[in-house]
Design a protein around this ligand. Structure first.
Ligand code: GLU
Length: 471
């Protein structure tokens, strides 16, 4: 493999479906790889068997594909460094545990969770950051044997070297410096045999030749531990970029289980993938403009130096802004399928394109399209009291002129309106509003020039006729 290849990855734990925060992490990784013509990899970190679910492995892929975030290596795509599910890499991890054992860099820890909790509490009470006391590091061979012969299964702890520092240059947050004396010996294999996150995550990045790790800043303090492991195993370091988290309402962090902001729920609500992508791309990355871009353009303009350290606040109105833009830019076929079966049941397929083009600027969600489909293609039309007042406020002959103009000009709205205007001597709002309200029941909406041909002469005639003799 060429050493200069940029390889980034998305490494979700399949313990829930993805929310906007995860999707943004995946997006930035993809944009970085694509910007450099590199590789974007998908790996599932499913070592926690009790919380990982096959259904989430499936759902996460559905969400990524729907967003257009295709990966070139990993789950389902293959590659030279698989398997790409950590639950299937136990033999590999075992070999690396053995290496650390042989080098004397790890030790079995027999402390149980109550003991650890007591020690943690004592440290906190003494105003110290909680870290492992090192108790089991000092066990003699005999003492270890005693525990083992009692059937106690040990966890495996990494012996953090004392009196040193770990440094790395974070691509977002600059130089990072940690004293090893502040890092307690940490578990790399749990008592039940499951390898721990610090370990599998770092080992896999190295073995899979990941060059760049873009991830949430909640992982920043994990990084020195991971770098110590890589050093001990003589494995290469990736470059890290820790991005600020997206904050929810009231500055609370977004959670994977906070269903309302999951990608799936936004899709079900009717958001377009391109809206979410444009929205997320600006959350923590500075593009300098609000032009609607596709993934390729976002990738071309992506610059890791433009990732921001400031927390990215979730803002509903920005998402709606991008939804409007996405609808403006989508092709009519895409919007037709997005509008859904409710619309397909009402709008004849031969009118699909002209319907979409007529309503495009007036819809944000499929339910808006359904609303207009009903207004245009259903026979019955309800007017509210304000609407009734508008049509009844028109000149006595207004609707008679309108009907006659319809016979003369058919659904050519411009000709129709100009004819009515001349005969009734009204113009502007007094001319257009009663027509719009009588024909659509609404005071606002798509251009009448586009709506009238969809309504058709017959339906238009019925709607106008209704108001001819009402005064
Ligand atoms: N499995 C980890 C998570 O879902 C991955 C963290 C990382 O990107 O390194 O948070």
């Amino acid at each position: 493999m060429h050493p200069a290849v940029v390889k980034s990855r998305f490494a979700p734990s399949p313990t829930g479906s993805i929310h906007l925060g995860n999707a943004r992490t995946a997006l930035f990784n993809l944009l970085l790889a694509r910007h450099h013509d590199g590789v974007f990899l998908l790996r599932f970190e499913d070592t926690d068997a009790s919380r990982s679910r096959e259904a989430f492995i499936h759902a996460i892929q559905v969400d990524l594909r729907w967003l257009g975030l295709e990966w070139q290596e990993g789950e389902g795509e293959g590659g030279e460094y698989g398997p790409y599910r950590q639950s299937q890499r136990n033999d590999i991890y075992q070999a690396y545990f053995t290496r650390l054992e042989r080098a004397g860099l790890v030790y079995p820890c027999f402390c149980n969770s109550e003991e650890l909790a007591v020690s943690r509490k004592a440290q906190l009470n003494a105003g110290q950051p909680p870290r492992y006391s090192g108790k089991c590091a000092r066990l003699s061979m005999d003492e270890r044997q005693k525990w083992l012969s009692r059937g106690v299964k040990p966890a495996l702890r990494f012996r953090v070297p004392r009196g040193r520092s770990v440094e790395f240059k974070d691509l977002v947050r600059g130089l990072q410096y940690f004293k090893t004396d502040e890092i307690g010996d940490f578990i790399i294999r749990r008592a039940d045999g499951a390898p721990a996150f610090f370990f599998t995550n770092a080992v896999d990045d190295a073995l899979m030749k990941v060059s760049h790790v873009v991830r949430g800043e909640d992982h920043l303090t994990n990084t020195p531990r991971q770098l110590l492991l890589l050093e001990a195993l003589e494995l290469p370091r990736p470059q890290y970029a820790h991005i600020s988290l997206i904050t929810g309402e009231g500055n609370s962090p977004l959670s994977k289980r906070h269903g309302s902001l999951s990608v799936a729920s936004l899709r079900e609500a009717g958001f377009l993938a391109s809206a979410i992508i444009n929205f997320l791309a600006r959350m923590g990355h500075y593009y300098g403009h609000d032009d609607f871009l596709d993934l390729q353009q976002l990738a071309e303009q992506f610059d890791i130096d433009k990732l921001s350290r400031a927390p990215a606040a979730y803002d509903d109105s920005r998402l709606l802004y991008w939804q409007r833009e996405a609808i403006r830019h989508a092709d009519s076929g895409e919007l037709w399928s997005w509008a859904g079966s409710g619309v397909h049941d009402i709008v004849p397929e031969s009118r699909a394109e002209s319907f979409i083009e007529a309503v495009r600027d007036n819809i944000l969600m499929p339910e808006d399209a359904l609303d207009w489909a009903q207004i245009i293609f259903k026979n019955e039309l309800e007017l509210d009291s304000e609407g009734i007042a508008i049509v009844q406020g028109a000149d006595g002959d207004f609707f008679r002129f309108a009907l006659e103009a319809l016979v003369l000009h058919g659904t050519d709205f411009k000709a129709l309106a100009s004819e009515i205007g001349q005969r009734s001597a009204v113009k502007g709002k007094a001319l257009f509003m009663p027509l719009r309200v009588a024909l659509t029941g609404r005071r606002y909406g798509p251009e009448m020039g586009r709506l009238l041909p969809l309504l058709g002469t017959e339906r238009a005639r019925c709607r106008l006729e209704k108001w001819v003799n009402t005064r």
